[in-house]
Every structure is written in C-alpha cells, then in structure tokens.
Design a protein around this ligand. Structure first.
Ligand code: SAH
Length: 220
C-alpha cells in the first residue's frame, strides 16, 4: 500500500467495522459478505479527496460521471447473487472503480467484469493488481453483449440500470443460475432473475438509484 494512504489506513479498520455493524442493522445477513467487506479497503477505490467518506453509506462520484455504489447496495446485490449456491464463475457488467468486483473476487472462483469506459478500466486494473486480486478478468467492451466466449455463468450482476435485461445476458446464464440487476428509469428497483426449467422467473425487490447502462465503448 502506498505511503500517502497510510494515515487513513490506521483509522479505516475501525471505520470499516462500523460500516459492517451498520450493514447488519440495515438487514444484511450473509456473514460471508460482511466478512469480505470488512477486509477490503474501500477508501482505495475512490479519489484521495473523498477517501474519508468512503465508508459512509452513500454512492460517491468516481470519474467520467460514474459512481461507486454505496456499501449497502454492494452488500445487498452480493448477498442476492450468492443466495442460491456456491458460485464458481460470475460475470459483472459495469466494473467502474472495481469495488464490487473485488468483493465478488473474494467470494467466487472467477470474476469476469466488463466496463465500457477504457480509462476507468485502466485505473481499476492497476488498483486490483496492487491489491493482489488475481482471479478477475477485466474486459473493455459493451457489456450488453455479455461475454459469450467465457460463459455460461452461474451468476451475473449488472451495476447500471436498464429498462429491459439485454437478451444475450440471459442466454449466458446456466440453468439454475441467477442475475441481479437494477431495473426501471425514474423509479428503479433491484431485481433477481432466475433461470429455471420452466423459464425465467423475476423477483422485484428494493427501490434503488443507479447510473444508466449505455451502449458502445469510450476509449479515451
Ligand atoms: N460496480 C461499480 C458501479 C459503477 S457505476 C462500482 O461500484 O464502482 C456503473 C458502471 O457501469 C459505470 O462505470 C459505467 O461506465 C458502466 N457501464 C454502463 N453501461 C455499460 C455497458 N454497456 N457495458 C459495460 N459497462 C457499462
């Protein structure tokens, strides 16, 4: 860890434990998720000027008009994804700063994550390498197409909002697999889709707030 963060590092373990307590009070029950979030230095995923706010329960701006999801959202989406079984291979759409990616990486064997904004992904790649997270495969592409060459996946998580789940993503889900994502426009809800022998079954859950999914890629 670089020197400039060391001061914050001293207090962040305590701050992180308070974040975990808060998440528990807010209904997050999966101890695996809480344990992992207790170990990941969330302040290293935001700009230095915002590091002191990293453990508050808010979404914060990263670059390029995007946001890091709040701790509660990350915990909730992760626990929903893990609810079915032990997951081996997971696909994430919308890498952003990579915090959700890092949480997933500690809980499943392999994470594939797609981001459309190249420069954002470059920074995230460096950050994950510095944290020695090695079971993540990052791809600069339009995530709406999924990643057919690496699929099918036991779990898919989309961290940008859409009105309709892109068809290719559903196709890349194994039988029994599940996808967690926000749906809507003015009002948005966290949803889970499960692939069952009878078809896709969707459950609509908490009201949430996300940046939109956009097509195409940005290279510079
Ligand atoms: N999980 C991230 C959330 C970032 S916000 C975090 O907590 O940091 C959502 C991200 O989705 C943004 O980085 C945005 O650029 C990305 N995104 C939007 N549309 C996309 C698409 N079609 N393919 C890949 N990424 C996309």
């Amino acid at each position: 860890m670089s020197v400039r963060y060391s001061g914050i590092g001293m207090t962040s373990q305590r701050t992180r434990m308070r974040m975990i307590e808060r998440l528990r009070e807010q209904g997050i029950a999966d101890e695996r998720v809480l344990a992992v979030m207790n170990t990941i230095p969330r302040h290293l995923f935001v700009e230095e000027a915002l590091a002191s706010r990293a453990y508050e329960d808010v979404a914060l701006p990263i670059n390029f008009g995007q946001t890091i999801s709040s701790p509660w959202i990350v915990a909730r989406m992760t626990e929903l994804l893990l609810a079915s079984s032990v997951l081996r291979k997971v696909l994430e759409i919308g890498t952003g700063c990579g915090y959700q990616t890092a949480v997933l990486a500690k809980l499943v064997h392999e994470v594939y994550s797609i981001e459309r904004i190249g420069p954002l992904l470059t920074r995230t790649r460096i950050r994950l390498r510095e944290l020695r997270i090695n079971n993540v495969y990052l791809k600069h592409a339009d995530g709406m197409l999924g990643l057919p060459e690496a699929g099918p996946f036991e779990g898919i998580m989309m961290t940008a909002v859409t009105t309709q789940v892109p068809e290719p993503l559903l196709e890349q889900l194994i039988m029994g697999g599940r996808m967690v994502y926000p749906k809507g426009s003015r009002k948005q809800y966290l949803c889970v889709i499960e692939r069952t022998p009878q078809g896709f079954v969707e459950t609509v859950l908490d009201e949430v707030r996300f940046v939109p999914i956009l097509s195409g890629i940005i290279s510079k």
